[in-house]
Design a protein. Structure first.
Length: 327
């Protein structure tokens, strides 16, 4: 929210009371990056603390995701372009976190704060929209396979990615400029719409996969069973990352302005921002084989993967590398 300007001076009465040679010094309240939350910084610091995880874990994980997508470019999945764009945006957002801390406690620069606000706009928009594109791609592939075959060309996904980038930069620019009435409600409407869409898509996919069991068999086909578990994990991530802002932000009028701006918004955004770490980690864990890393390194980093591999019988020869699982 933009800070309200101080009331203007009554120039007529002031000039009549002061001598002609008196210099008028208007005391202007200094700029603060906490934007009115100087005494209520706990929510903001909670958000920044979770963002530090994005720097330490999220940035390397997203870099590895992009490297894997490039490595497997000869056998790409249809959602790879959305995954790559999402990982790139998350890297950009993570890089801005150290700059946020420096500006909070050292620079106190209004220009730097504008750049940080732009990165927040990028995260607010690019994450939900690109995840919605991935859900749309999966939804069409499972429920409308004939249509999916006709729309499998990369040009459709490139066009959709360009549209998402345009919407992202338009929203981020408006957030940076500020001063727009009821601008917070734009994000509330966006997060409600994308959350409902992602949940609907994943529930429909789970229902379709559950229903498509072989006749006379209780067990699902192994490939469909793997897809079912993947979609189920992703649905859990969507609920974890997006449910808090969805549940809190529509009730803005029930909070005082200071409480909503200084506590409710930072806490809700904190769950949204940590998705920059959770999403790439889930993608990496779901891979059968992680390029560039030895099996020993993978087992040390992820004990659950190690346990699953120890239970599986050893295969003859090197394991076959398939296309990466979709996040």
């Amino acid at each position: 929210m933009e800070r309200n300007a101080p009331p203007p001076f009554n120039s007529t009465s002031l000039l009549t009371q002061l001598p002609l040679n008196t210099t008028i010094n208007a005391t202007v309240k200094p700029f603060s990056v906490f934007d009115g939350c100087e005494q209520l910084v706990e929510g903001i610091l909670f958000d920044l603390t979770l963002q530090c995880i994005n720097v330490v874990v999220g940035i390397p994980a997203n870099v590895l995701v992009i490297a894997i997508l490039i490595y497997n470019r000869k056998e790409p999945s249809t959602s790879d372009i959305f995954l790559g764009c999402l990982a790139f945006m998350d890297i950009y957002f993570g890089v801005m976190t150290p700059i946020s801390f420096l500006n909070l406690y050292h620079w106190q620069s209004k220009g730097v704060w504008s750049s940080i606000k732009f990165s927040y706009g990028v995260k607010d928009t690019s994450g939900p929209l690109f995840l919605s594109c991935i859900c749309l791609d999966r939804f069409v592939a499972v429920l409308f396979p004939v249509m999916f075959g006709q729309l499998k060309h990369i040009k459709y996904r490139l066009s959709l990615s360009v549209l998402v980038f345009c919407l992202t930069f338009a929203y981020s620019a408006a957030k940076t400029v500020g001063g727009l009435p009821n601008f917070e409600k734009v994000f509330t409407g966006e997060i409600l719409a994308t959350f409902a869409w992602m949940v609907m898509c994943n529930v429909c996919i789970l229902w379709a996969l559950k229903k498509s069991r072989c006749a006379g068999k209780d067990e699902m086909h192994p490939t469909k069973k793997k897809a079912f578990k993947t979609v189920l994990y992703i649905l859990g991530i969507i609920v974890y990352n997006y449910l808090p802002p969805v549940a809190l932000f529509p009730f803005e009028d029930h909070y005082s302005p200071d409480v909503f701006r200084c506590y409710v918004q930072p806490v809700g955004f904190a769950f949204l921002n940590i998705s920059s770490t959770i999403q790439p980690l889930v993608y990496l864990v779901r891979l059968d084989k992680v390029p560039f890393l030895s099996d020993t390194c993978v087992k040390k980093c992820c004990t659950c993967v190690s346990a699953n591999r120890n239970q599986a019988p050893p295969a003859e020869g090197p394991p076959a590398e398939g296309p990466p699982a979709q996040v």
